[in-house]
Design a protein around this ligand. Structure first.
Ligand SMILES: C[S@@+](CC[C@H](N)C(=O)[O-])C[C@H]1O[C@@H](n2cnc3c(N)ncnc32)[C@H](O)[C@@H]1O
Length: 319
């Protein structure tokens, strides 16, 4: 029920995720998963895909779906736009639900809003003909913003109306109704398609490791470091020393377009016939199943360069 990165290709045929054909329906920001349970019960033939950035919510929704016996949902921990852009095939989506999205009310944070013109253009290429996004929100200003953004694309019909009853039963729906806030709803139906096919942006890199020469025991403690690269940033957060040997394990955060990954990069003594004494290897670890994106490659590069600055000598790199 949880989608692991290693189960994905870019795009991924939905049959591979669900083991059966069927209308593909996405919920972005599913919170505690209540609405997915409703959809699973009401539409047993639908293949349900959920995206949620909060790990706590993913865990709660996972347990709820299991408890309620809904087996037609697949959960992805991460940004909804990442799924739409990289995983969902062209014309693959029947419907998208967005219930009570984070409103990002401050003007300087509007760029973080999910529902803006760029997203609607991308979505027009992933929705089937006549496919639709359904928005329910308590936030009048975000609601007006999303409707305007969709209309400016010229690719969607926007129909405002009463929310479907089930969207009024989510955790946030109940919370806002208890405060007597008004609730807004619109259906954005695809009427045309953007000329740009919005190909997946994700590229996997095969090789990311390095060979160095030097003494890992002499390396000082790491203080947090930020490395920018075109399209993203990696942050060396912490380094841990293996008490049983000389190895170092680096915790690295990588942020690329709509993709945030924490990964481990290891540096360890690597004796070869050419370097019997002081060889050191640096490589990405499989722990956490990181996608081997440009960010993963940059994580290994950042660790390698940090070790060089601590006095190790670069012998060979593959990145
Ligand atoms: C206000 S809550 C609403 C949750 C649920 N839909 C409900 O009605 O109870 C918004 C949810 O969207 C999630 N979220 C925010 N941005 C997201 C994104 N780009 N992709 C996926 N989930 C996102 C948040 O973690 C949060 O759980």
């Amino acid at each position: 029920m949880l989608i692991t990165p290693s189960s994905l290709t870019f795009p991924t045929p939905p049959e591979r995720l669900f083991g059966r054909p069927g209308p593909l329906v996405l919920e972005v920001g599913f919170g505690d998963g209540r609405f997915l349970v409703h959809l699973g019960r009401a539409h047993p033939d639908w293949n349900l895909l959920g995206a949620e950035v909060s790990l706590g919510s993913v865990t709660r929704a996972f347990k709820r779906l299991r408890r309620e016996g809904v087996r037609t949902a697949r959960l992805y921990k991460g940004h909804g736009r990442f799924l739409v852009r990289n995983v969902i095939p062209r014309h693959g989506l029947h419907r998208v639900y967005v219930n009570f999205p984070d409103p990002w009310p401050r003007k300087r944070h509007h760029k973080n809003r999910l529902l803006q013109a760029g997203f609607f253009r991308l979505l027009s290429t992933r929705l089937e003909d006549g496919g639709a996004l359904l928005l329910t929100t308590d936030h009048a200003e975000y609601f007006a913003f999303a409707c305007d953004e969709a209309r400016t694309t010229g690719l969607f019909d926007v129909a405002e109306g009463p929310p479907p009853p089930a969207t009024l039963q989510t955790k946030y729906a109940l919370k806002w109704q208890a405060e007597r806030r008004p609730i807004y709803h619109a259906v954005f139906t695809k009427t045309a398609e953007a000329p740009d096919p919005y190909e997946p942006t994700l590229e996997l890199c095969e090789m990311q490791h390095a060979l160095l020469e030097g003494d890992l025991r002499a390396v000082p403690p790491l203080t947090k470091e930020v490395h920018r690269f075109p399209g993203g940033v990696v942050v060396l957060l912490e380094a841990y020393r293996d008490p049983a040997g000389d190895a170092l394990l680096f915790l690295v955060l990588s942020e690329e377009e709509d993709l945030r990954q924490e990964m481990l990069v290891k540096a360890w003594p690597h004796r070869t016939p050419a370097r019997p004494e002081r060889g050191v290897a640096v490589a990405l670890q499989r722990f956490g199943e990181p996608l081997t994106t440009r960010g993963a490659r940059e994580a290994v590069r950042a660790v390698t360069e940090w070790l060089e600055r601590q006095g190790l000598r670069r012998v060979e790199t593959w990145f």
